[in-house]
Unconditional design. Structure first.
Ligand code: MGD
Ligand code: MGD
Ligand code: SF4
Ligand code: MO
Length: 711
């Protein structure tokens, strides 16, 4: 008996001590912090803890989201089997049945309505290999021109601005290591303290070194608190504010004549345009006092080095791309680009926000940042894919426009991978209506999201702990996410799902990969010679070197840390300045008598995007379990809204109900609501359908609303 008991306890003790470590990278933001999940098997249960791992970008740090990410990945509500909707209920089916069903539906729809009747909606949260494969699957597997992705709602304005001005779009033109040495930093419409928290030490070090930091945001945030000067811009008016900054820079002669002459064009037109602008209009439109504009411009102009960072506050506007170009005008005029400690950063959003916009998920793109309408580019990709150039579809339309085509019946089926547009797309009522009209809708997700709920078929995908592949972080550094945890139930990797569908559609020969690395090796060839050239990278190198910054054209190339030192990648080697009107493409729906306030939207530290993942994480959900509306007490008093009160917010498109939160530091004409909650709290029920004409970014950050106590 004693012997048996001893044996029992000995075995149990061994169980307690059993520990497994899984390497991965955080599934959330563009910092792509490296991490390890430690699994300890106890007597009756397993316990988990996530710790950071050293790497050149986050240097071992993690934020609260990363530390708790495993809670959603290991959540019991993960989908584990394909689910088919039968009489309004989801029932478990086998993969064989699911794939057969897709084959029948896709084949019938294309036979009746043509190749373009099927669309693909992708994501910047999947790996480079998967983003690449999804683009290939659209063009080769389905032969449809209709593919676009959630990155359209995220990075498209900054991407098109940098491509136009510099000839190349890589989020950061410099490495993060330079930030501590920058003398003056402008942070416009970026809340890094809550959205990329592990980047903060770079900026804190700059401050310790004496840098002057200027923040531009209609409200106070954890980021504006580190600034020496906070310009509380009127929502949507950054273009006018940047014109004001340029006006001071010209008037005080902080221009770098030699740089302008040698490295840019368009300067004279910009200078003439700026001198024609009236100060009263700039101050009136931007809502920022002239003394503050002067102070900011002088500080930026006089320092020997400076960097400008923008994020969605500036970019998610109906004039987002031209506004970013106006901030780039400031860099060029002062010669603060292509030099040490000088440059631009569009702070990337999603984990693979950078890589996913380089390899062909965008309606007009092919891998390596090639263009689908460029004959040479088509030829290169057709060769790599082993098809005729003529068989490559032409360019399609942007994400929101695709939804319009779904709504009007032109597009009849959709394969959605890793996005939740019912909550994240503007004009959410319309989006839901559109999706409900699809005759066949397949969603690939980890959970039954608000959008997946509308699907005819849901396919279970694997998470960041399970799915190996590369992710390109906010620096433009390609990193290898090692992930090896077994997938739950019958879940598969996104790339495997794409290959399986291609096989049943008879296109298996083009999609016969047995690992993510094999796909990467094809991607390297496809990107070779393109702007985003990954050819010189291998999994081995990425492992050994802790990531490589593109372009990296050959295997001996070390990668590129600072861009534009010699020339800009445009035909004449010069950056292109452009004159920007204060009025260009401002939103049609501005506050008026009926809807007197500006509504802007964004993020808080503890939740991610539409919240499907973070709301499943108990530690994160506990911090913020419902949405809210930030409002100035004086404004609140005007509309009889007390603190902590359920409030109705209405726009021309719809209405929502959230709790009020008084804040003395937000502009009095503006309210703010995060977009992490759905249904009655879904802020996108209010947002209009107006798009930036250049990049088709929706104007998420400006909407005219009225507020009242909930009846
Ligand atoms: N915690 C958290 N982190 C995230 C995410 C998340 O959901 N949660 N998402 C990730 C993704 S995909 C993205 S894109 C990034 C987004 O990162 P950010 O762009 O930094 O985040 P947002 O909160 O959307 O907007 C930034 C700021 O813009 C301000 N703003 C609003 N309107 C204007 C305006 O007209 N002009 C100016 N200058 N500022 C304005 C808002 O008040 C807000 O503080 O974050 C990434 N990281
Ligand atoms: N009002 C307003 N709206 C906005 C914004 C804003 O600031 N204001 N920001 C916009 C921005 S910047 C962005 S990026 C978008 C984001 O919008 P979405 O992409 O729609 O948001 P997510 O919540 O990230 O949705 C990701 C979905 O994919 C699932 N998922 C996660 N990992 C995987 C995976 O590996 N494979 C698969 N197949 N599925 C997975 C998740 O469970 C979730 O359902 O929202 C945009 N919408
Ligand atoms: S959310 Fe971003 S900053 Fe936080 S741990 Fe994840 S990758 Fe790092
Ligand atoms: Mo984003």
């Amino acid at each position: 008996m004693t012997e048996m008991l001893l044996k029992y306890f000995r075995t149990k003790l061994q169980e307690v001590q059993r520990e497994r470590i899984y390497d991965s990278q955080c599934p959330y933001c563009s910092m792509q912090c490296k991490m390890q999940l430690i699994e300890q098997t106890g007597i009756s249960r397993k316990s988990y803890v996530t710790v950071g791992k050293d790497n050149p970008t986050s240097e071992g740090r993690l934020c609260i989201k990363g530390m708790n990410a495993h809670q959603h990945a290991l959540h019991q509500e993960r989908i584990k089997y394909p689910l088919l909707k039968v009489d309004g209920e989801f029932v478990r089916i086998s993969w064989k049945q699911a794939l057969q069903h897709i084959k029948e539906k896709f084949t019938a729809i294309q036979a009746e309505s043509g190749h373009d009747a099927i669309s693909i909606f992708g994501s910047a949260s999947i790996t480079n290999e998967e983003a690449y494969l999804l683009g290939k699957f659209a063009r080769v597997g389905l032969k449809t021109k209709y593919i676009d992705y959630n990155g359209r709602f995220c990075m498209s304005a900054a991407a098109s601005a940098a491509a136009q001005t510099f000839g190349m779009d890589r989020g950061l033109t410099n490495s993060l290591q330079e930030i501590p040495n920058v003398r003056c930093i402008i942070l416009s419409g970026t809340n890094i303290a809550e959205c990329q928290p592990t980047i903060m030490p770079y900026f804190e070090k700059a401050k310790e070194n004496g840098a002057y930091i200027i923040a531009i945001d209609p409200r106070e945030t954890a980021t504006t608190k580190i600034a020496d000067l906070h310009l509380k811009v009127r929502p949507g008016m950054d273009a006018a504010l940047a014109n004001g900054l340029l006006k001071v820079i010209f008037e005080e002669n902080y221009v770098d004549e030699a740089f302008i002459k040698a490295r840019s064009k368009g300067f004279d037109e910009v200078k003439a345009h700026i001198s024609s602008l009236d100060w009263d209009e700039i101050v009136d439109m931007s809502g920022v006092p002239i003394e503050q504009i002067r102070k900011a411009a002088i500080m930026f102009g006089k320092e020997e080095s400076g960097m400008i960072f923008t994020a969605r506050g500036v970019e998610q506007q109906t004039n987002g791309s031209i506004t970013v170009r106006n901030f780039l005008n400031i860099l060029i005029a002062t010669g603060k680009i292509g030099k040490p400690n000088c440059g631009y950063g569009a702070i990337t959003g999603q984990g693979n926000g950078q890589g996913a916009r380089e390899h062909g998920q965008k309606a007009d793109q092919l891998p390596g940042y090639r263009l689908i309408e460029n004959e040479e580019h088509r030829e290169h990709i057709a060769r790599v894919w082993g098809i005729n150039k003529e068989d490559l579809p032409r360019k399609g339309v942007s994400a929101y426009e695709m939804m319009e085509k779904v709504h009007n019946g032109e597009i009849k089926a959709m394969l959605l991978m890793c996005s939740n547009p019912v909550v994240s797309a503007p004009n959410a009522n319309f989006i839901k209506e559109a999706i409900e009209k699809l005759s066949f809708f397949v969603a690939v997700d980890l959970f039954i999201s608000e959008t997946a709920k509308l699907a005819d078929l849901i396919l279970p995908a694997s998470s960041y702990l399970e799915d190996e592949g590369t992710m390109t972080n906010l620096e433009g550094r390609v990193t290898l996410r090692e992930a090896s945890m077994p997938t739950p139930g019958e879940a598969k990797h996104d790339w495997q799902i794409i290959c399986d569908i291609a096989h049943v559609l008879g296109k298996g020969d083009y999609f016969s990969y047995s690992s993510a690395e094999e796909i990467f090796n094809e991607l390297r060839e496809a990107s070779r010679g393109g702007i985003a050239d990954y050819y010189g990278m291998t999994y081995d190198r990425l492992r050994k070197e802790g990531g490589i910054l593109w372009p990296c054209p050959d295997t001996a190339h070390p990668g590129t840390t600072r861009l534009f030192e010699e020339a800009f990648p445009r035909p004449d080697g010069k950056a292109e300045m452009v004159a920007v009107s204060n009025h260009s493409e401002v939103p049609k729906e501005m506050p008026d008598e009926r809807y007197p306030l500006y509504l802007t939207s964004g993020r808080i530290m503890s939740h991610y995007q539409t919240g499907v993942q973070t709301r499943k994480s108990s530690a994160l959900a506990a911090r913020n379990f419902e949405s809210f509306m930030e409002i100035h007490p004086e404004t609140a008093a005007k509309y009889r809204i007390q603190d902590n009160m359920l409030t109705k917010i209405e726009s021309a498109k719809g209405s929502i109900i959230v709790r009020s939160k008084w804040s003395n530091t937000i502009r009095k004409d503006t309210v703010f609501v995060p977009f992490h909650w759905s249904d009655i709290q879904n802020v996108n029920l209010l947002v209009s359908d107006q798009l930036d004409p250049t990049c088709k970014m929706p104007g998420f950050k400006v909407c005219a609303v009225k507020v009242s106590p909930k009846a």
